[in-house]
Structure formats: C-alpha cells, structure tokens
Design a protein around this ligand. Structure first.
Ligand code: ZN
Length: 413
C-alpha cells in the first residue's frame, strides 16, 4: 500500500515536471514547408513506468488515462498474450504536454515493442522489432586476480553482465588449451576482437569473438575465428592449427566455477596427504564433464574420493573425478562417454570439507600435471584447400586486433 502511494507520488512529481517542460522533450515531428504551425511548439513528453508484481496493465494505464481510453487502447493491442506482460515490463506513455498521452509503448523484450497510437479514428496498435546495430570492439586488459576482474577493468564500455559473458566466451575459445580458472598468471595480457550489438533503446549483447591475442607465462597465442567451406565456424591459432583438440583443459565449464573461489587455495582438509590433483570449488550439483572421449572404468565409491568416476582415454590417459554428489544417467563401468558429456555432479562425498571437484590426470597410474600432460595432443592443422582463405581471414582479423582502435564499423570483418 505504502509502495503504491509512493508510486503515485512519484508519478505526480513526474507529471508536474513534465508540465514545466523539464522532462524529455522533443517535437512530434520536424515541421516542413506547407505545415501550419499555430502558436508555440507543443512539448512532447514521455514517461516510463514499469508493471509492478500483481499489477494489471489496465491498472497501470488507468492511473493516467480515462477508463474508456484504456479499453480502446487495449483493444488496439489485439490478442496480447498475458504471459508477455511480466512484472517489471517497461511501459512508456507519450504525448503532448498539454493533453492526455497519445502513444503507449509496451517494451515486450529487449528488441520487441508494441506501439499503440491514438489517431483521429481512435487507437491502433503495431508490433515492432527494434533493430540491432553491430560494430566490432577491441577489448584489452591485464590479469591481476582473475579473468572477470581483468574484463571489468578492460571492457568498461560494456555492461557488467556482458563483460562476464565475454570472459566466458574467451574461456570457451581456449577450453582445449588453457584452464582459465586455474592456469592464469598475474600479468597475463590479452586483446579481444569481438562483435557488439546494440539497440537504440540501450540494450547491448555480444556477437562472436573474432580473434584473441593472449600472452601467458611469456608465450603468446593468437587465435582467429574462421568460417570454413562447409560453413562451420571454428577457432585456429595463427599457424592454422585447430583450437579444438582431444582433451578439454578443465572438467568444469569456466562459467560454472565460482569467480571468488577460482584463485583460492584448495579447500580440502587433507593437507597431510600429498595432493596431486586439482580442486575446483563449485556449487553442489554443478555438472562435471568428461574431458575427452573414453570408457568409464570406475563409477562407484572409493574411500577419500567418495563417489568417483575414472575414464580411460586413448593414448594411455586416465582421468579421475572425485567427491561427486552423484553420477549422471548412464555413467557406469564399461560405458562409453564423449568429450564434454556430463558424467556426474559436484558434491562433497568422501574426504571433503565443502563442495568441490577433485580432478586428476594419470598416465601409467602416475598423476600428471594437466597443464603439461596434454601438450602433445593439440589440434589438427587446417585442410590444405582452406589455407588461402584462412590466411586472408587471419591477416584481416589480426590487423584489426592490432589496430589499437577501439571500435571498427561493421563490415570491417
Ligand atoms: Zn583434491
């Protein structure tokens, strides 16, 4: 009740401001030769409100418009699916400052709106698509603590949600080469060439990552996106070697690993034991994926590791995933699993003080450092016939990446 009062008060304030023509003002249209302009130009006023929880659109409009106007306007809206009228939906009322609103915009989604307009013959409605405009952005940064922070500093022109998405996309590009939640070092530097899409209403979303220049531990990796003859888009290093390889570098998707815990020391109690695995702190129930194709050789309980899955892969590799809360359907001894498929869920069974995944890579029964174990299994080179087109794409994208200009008009790539 109190809130409704506050809202009404707010509305009154906005209306008063509008009367004083302090609110957003713009002429209805630019007058042209032949127009009769009588007296002073009338201010166009817009005010945006949002649908409160449990509030009907009739209720919202009824605060500004007479009942019969509301009925006519909503009739013009046609059969508007009530599910599209979510709480929080923005509604913009517009009109001349000295009369009732003659336009209602229902913001159905980031790029959809329903425009209701009152003309001489009453209200009419039209659904419109707001076009996305694309440009290309170069984002650069340096890692101090983790990738999220690096993007927060390096990509200020993007909204924070979009920055996180960009961090995930970059981690995806490198998912066969680098574990972005564990392998990054303070001082690592990057430049990313990425498509950005925007609407005039201020919505922003990411397009494709077109290229990345990443320097870690003194080695520089430049990656470009290439669309092959079959229309498949994939990432290649600058030597034309596929970024896709036999093994993923991490059993959890980067976007699923807590950014807070990503760089922390591992949380397990058993420090007295020699710890040869990698621990990933993540929420209980987070899907765990097989890092390569293989056959399940263990899916059961083991002291210390709790619920554990072991997979035998080609080239003599075995991977082990411990402390699982449970197993995915079909994960049993003898089952074939493919790269990236879910085999179980993060938990804290066995010797674990909190939910995390214990992960090991073994060769001939010996634990190996996953950062180096898979170095011999990098991606295949590009097909010979694709070489010319790839070289051209690479030249263009790396030039854009190096250009230093922050934005490039669409069509540049
Ligand atoms: Zn561990």
């Amino acid at each position: 009740m109190k809130r409704a009062l506050a809202r009404t008060a707010f509305y009154f304030t906005v209306a008063l401001l509008a009367w004083g023509a302090i609110a957003v003002m713009r002429p209805i249209r630019t007058p042209s030769v032949g127009d009769v302009i009588s007296g002073a130009r009338v201010a166009w006023v817009e005010r945006t409100d949002s649908l409160a929880k449990g509030e009907t659109i009739t209720g919202l409009l009824g605060r500004t418009l007479p009942d019969e106007e509301v009925q006519d306007a909503l009739e013009a809206a046609g059969t508007l699916d009530p599910r599209r009228l979510r709480a929080g939906m923005r509604i913009t009322l517009g009109g001349a400052a000295d009369s009732a609103p003659s336009q209602i915009l229902l913001h159905l989604g980031v790029d959809r709106l329903l425009r209701l307009t009152r003309g001489d013959s009453g209200w009419s409605g039209r659904e419109e698509t707001i076009p996305w405009q694309r440009d290309t952005l170069v984002v650069s940064g340096t890692v101090n603590a983790n990738l999220y922070e690096a993007f927060a500093d390096g990509a200020r022109e993007l909204p924070s949600k979009v920055r996180d998405e960009l961090a995930w996309s970059v981690a995806d590009v490198f998912e066969y080469r680098l574990d972005m939640s564990r392998d990054l070092q303070p001082g690592d530097a990057f430049r990313v060439l990425v498509e950005r899409e925007r609407t005039q209403t201020g919505a922003v979303r990411l397009g494709q990552v077109l290229g990345v220049d990443y320097t870690t531990r003194g080695s520089r990796l430049r990656v470009v996106r290439y669309l092959d003859r079959e229309g498949r888009s994939r990432y290649f290093d600058e030597n034309g070697r596929s970024m896709q390889a036999m093994f993923l570098r991490a059993p959890l998707e980067f976007r699923r690993v807590s950014s807070v815990f990503g760089m922390r020391r591992h949380p397990i109690l058993g420090i007295t034991r020699r710890h040869r695995g990698t621990d990933y702190a993540a929420a209980s129930g987070t899907p765990v994926r097989a890092i390569g194709d293989g056959v399940v050789i263990t899916a059961g309980r083991m002291s210390g590791f709790g619920n554990v899955v072991e997979i035998r892969h080609p080239n003599g590799f075995v991977t082990r995933y411990g402390h699982l809360r449970g197993f995915a359907d079909g994960t049993r001894r003898g089952a074939r699993v493919s790269i990236g498929s879910t085999i179980g869920y993060v938990g804290m069974t066995g010797l674990a003080s909190g939910p995390h995944l214990h992960f090991e890579v073994l060769v001939n029964g010996q634990q190996r450092d996953p950062r180096t174990a898979f170095n011999s299994t990098t991606g295949l080179p590009l097909a010979e016939g694709e070489r010319g087109a790839f070289d051209e794409t690479r030249r263009l994208l790396l030039a854009l990446l190096d250009s230093g200009s922050t934005t490039v008009p669409d069509g540049g790539a």
